[in-house]
Design a protein around this ligand. Structure first.
Ligand SMILES: NC(=O)c1ccc[n+]([C@@H]2O[C@H](COP(=O)([O-])OP(=O)(O)OC[C@H]3O[C@@H](n4cnc5c(N)ncnc54)[C@H](O)[C@@H]3O)[C@@H](O)[C@H]2O)c1
Ligand SMILES: [Zn+2]
Length: 355
């Protein structure tokens, strides 16, 4: 059973990748734990609820609304009221069971409820397994932007069962694969190699291939978060493809592309930028671009112009005091963070990605 330790200045917890990992939930509850609240959504429950119910037959269930538009503070207030009505107190524990939206919302709920109760993260989408559930970032959207209120609230443990992915819609699965490609490009030539050589098995969701890509991505996320919980340094590399990706999501009002699909586009732009800025050899750039395309296509980019995306880069949440940061590959498996890149080069890179 691959288990990866996340070690932050205040916490230490395991991220377990294992078929059947849900059966381990009871052993990760704190001694003397009170009521357990499974926080999920109806869609996840329909597909996978029976599996978690079998492990936690006595737990209470709280359902949050689904969709990015409902990832707001109001449903959390309602959920907290519901928890109180059902007898929650400071000994209660939240089990976040769902995709990244549920992980972020239930984690934030746990961070606020009676000033903070423990949460166990049980992610059910590929994106949540390899990214959202590990690292302690929780939060919701404001009308003014994504994830603008939240808290760091590290879980007791992250229990990752790759079998959850069997019921995931094809498009959601592929969107998560782009974040896996990201992990390969930023830190793991071996993962990147697996993605290029075994694309067929990965896309067919063969157990061995899925287990391998999830485990290696979780290993990387755990390592990066342990080195830099609050994103003052190394954690920034996880933003590869996200600078332009976020601009594309905002430009299309978060409706046309799934997050991972926008990141795929952003990774292509960043790879072109690295090539143009001279940090990456042409042959390595080609390999990265071809691998992204292996898992495509993403929805058509009709009507998107570089000139519309560029002004959005400056308003990205990751932009501090006007300096736009780009994570640029220097080889397959290595990146550097660069700022102060000329506007003309950025335009050229985005145009190359649009072409
Ligand atoms: N906290 C972090 O570090 C972090 C990192 C990356 C992304 N995120 C957040 O994650 C969110 C996106 O997460 P997501 O892509 O998982 O989307 P999501 O949570 O909306 O899940 C996608 C869809 O899949 C369904 N689903 C979930 N599990 C399923 C299963 N096993 N079988 C069938 N259907 C299933 C969901 O109901 C939903 O309709 C965004 O809000 C983003 O901000 C957070
Ligand atoms: Zn992402």
């Amino acid at each position: 059973m691959p288990t990866f330790e996340v070690v932050t200045p205040r916490e230490r917890y395991p991220a377990v990748v294992e078929r059947g990992a849900l059966a381990r939930i009871p052993q990760h509850l704190p001694p003397g734990a009170g009521k357990v609240f499974i926080v999920s959504n109806k869609d996840v429950w329909r597909h996978q609820g029976a599996r978690i119910e079998a492990c936690l037959p006595l737990a209470e269930r709280i359902f949050l609304p689904g969709g990015e538009g409902q990832k707001r503070l109001a449903p959390l207030e309602a959920a907290a009221e519901e928890m109180v009505r059902r007898g929650a107190d400071r000994s209660s524990v939240v089990v976040a069971f769902g995709g990244g939206i549920v992980n972020d919302m239930a984690g934030f709920l746990a961070s606020m409820f009676m000033r903070g109760i423990p949460v166990l993260q049980v992610p059910t989408t590929l994106l949540a397994q390899v990214d959202a559930a590990v690292g302690g970032k929780t939060g919701v959207n404001l009308a003014s932007g994504k994830n603008l209120i939240g808290a760091f609230h590290q879980p007791l443990a992250v229990l990752i069962d790759p079998a959850m992915l069997e019921t995931l819609p094809e498009r959601e699965y592929r969107a998560g694969l782009y974040e896996v490609i990201k992990c390969g490009v930023i830190r793991s030539p071996q993962l990147f190699h697996l993605l290029t050589e075994q694309a067929e098995q990965v896309l067919a969701r063969e157990d061995a291939a899925v287990d391998a890509i999830v485990a290696e991505s979780v290993r990387i996320k755990a390592e990066v978060v342990s080195a830099d919980e609050r994103e003052s340094g190394l954690r920034k590399i996880l933003n590869f493809g996200h600078t332009v990706g976020h601009a594309l999501e905002a430009e299309t009002a978060y409706t046309r592309f799934l997050h991972g699909e926008a990141v795929a586009f952003g990774m292509k732009a960043a790879t072109h930028l690295a090539r143009l800025a001279g940090t990456l050899e042409e042959s390595a750039a080609d390999r990265i671009l071809r691998t992204i395309d292996l898992y495509g296509p993403i929805p058509p980019l009709d009507g998107i112009r570089a000139g519309a995306l560029i002004p959005r880069l400056a308003s990205d949440k990751k932009t501090i005091q006007g300096a736009v940061h780009f994570v640029l590959p220097t080889a397959v498996g290595a990146v550097k963070v660069a700022s102060g890149i000329g506007a003309e080069l950025v335009r050229e890179a985005i145009e190359a990605a649009l072409a």
